[in-house]
Design a protein around this ligand. Structure first.
Ligand code: NAD
Length: 347
């Protein structure tokens, strides 16, 4: 069966979906509904059937799947309405603001017997896929620390993303992607507790900085940090194992695996540095470290739509499963609680 989409909320992200999903054979976009007449006109200008009425839109039988790409606070009622109308449904991230909302969406999909998934597209980001491959490949030995960071200097959360009533803030906006990545990489039984700090540096109403630490069952220490006003970037990923360290800068795979060169004898001695005498932190001869290229992987975001199409056809399982996004949302609830109370929260 083809994946024929009707989009709710024809804004910035909808345009991105429209451009990219049609690269998958059998995927089409035929209609859009928006509360803003200008966005309905924009959809019509792109050759779609434009709707200003949700009921009329959901009656359109030309599409079998609804994609919800509105601000976050209206995901839940719109997803439920689409499922109740018998449409398979894809929702943008964050799927909802609370686990209670998500549970209503999951039960609507079970009742309607329709596929329901969330656009966690950053599972296909090159930096993430590379970091996951290195982590799983074992070259770093026993991994003891994973650091996932993103720094920028845009400062502000723009438009509705700066408004709490629309589900704004950085933890909802990008945090949801990064926590989804950590769960997908480590496994869904791994995260035990969270300690989170949020700050509003350039915004009054929502968080535009957060830093959180996760305690895991395997003992890997995880740090996830996003700052919108950090004027010097840190690596996007740093993974430390007892046999080596990996880092990636930016969103691609600009980075290295660094290991000890076992061919070179290196007996640390005490060295006088500007910080005084030290053995542990003394500079080492250059050839003591060996650098290795990162794997060259070419993930495609379009795989997401192909997977949804195959899942609707019953050929495969969803890659982004509702039970997985529920884990992420629960973790986010605990992170907000930790930020509010200043305490570590056990999941
Ligand atoms: P946007 O403001 O550009 O577009 C939102 C659109 O929804 C607007 O056209 C608005 O008129 C419409 N809208 C608002 N309320 C509506 C309602 N009740 N019914 C119908 N239409 C309504 O926002 P955006 O940047 O496109 O973000 C939309 C969603 O996509 C958000 O959930 C956001 O988090 C998500 N998003 C995801 C990614 C990603 O990488 N997965 C990237 C950007 C945005």
């Amino acid at each position: 069966m083809a994946l024929i989409l009707g989009i709710i909320g024809y804004g910035g992200m909808a345009g991105w979906h429209h451009k990219n999903c049609v690269k998958v054979p059998g995927v089409e976009v035929v209609a859009a509904y928006d509360i803003d007449p200008e966005r309905v006109a924009a959809a019509e200008a792109e050759g779609l059937a434009g709707y200003s009425d949700l009921g009329e839109f959901l009656k359109d039988e030309r599409f079998n799947t609804v994609l919800v790409a509105t601000p976050n606070e209206v995901h839940c009622p719109l997803v439920c309405a689409a499922l109740e109308a018998g449409k398979h449904t894809i929702c943008e991230k964050p799927v909802a603001l609370t686990v209670a909302e998500l549970d209503r969406m999951i039960s609507a999909s079970e009742k309607a017997n329709r596929v329901f998934t969330v656009h966690q597209n950053r599972r296909w980001d090159k930096d993430f896929v590379t970091a996951k491959a290195v982590y799983e490949g074992g070259e770093l030995g026993n991994v003891y620390s994973i650091q996932s960071r993103l720094h920028g200097m845009g400062g502000a959360m723009h438009g509705w993303r700066g408004e709490p009533e629309h589900g704004g803030g950085m933890l909802y906006d990008w945090g949801v992607h990064f926590l989804d990545q950590i769960y997908f990489m480590l496994g869904y039984d791994q995260i035990l507790s969270v300690h989170c700090v949020t700050k509003s540096i350039k915004n009054e109403k929502v968080d535009d900085y957060f830093s959180l630490m996760l305690q895991t069952a395997s003992g890997v220490h995880v740090v996830v940090e996003i700052g919108t006003f950090v004027l010097e970037e840190a690596p996007r990923w740093k993974i430390m194992g007892d046999q080596g360290t990996m880092y990636i800068r930016g969103f691609g795979n600009d980075g290295k695996i660094v290991k000890v060169n076992t061919m070179v004898e290196d007996v640390p001695v005490i060295v006088q540095t500007s910080a005084g005498p030290t053995r542990t932190f003394a500079p080492r001869p250059k050839n003591v470290k060996q650098e290795f290229e990162l794997p060259q992987l070419e993930p495609q975001w379009t795989e997401y739509y192909a997977n949804v199409q195959d899942a609707i056809d019953g050929k495969t399982e969803l890659i982004v499963k509702p039970c997985q996004v529920r884990k992420v949302l629960r973790l986010m609830e605990c992170a907000f609680e930790s930020a509010r109370t200043g305490r570590q929260v056990v999941l």
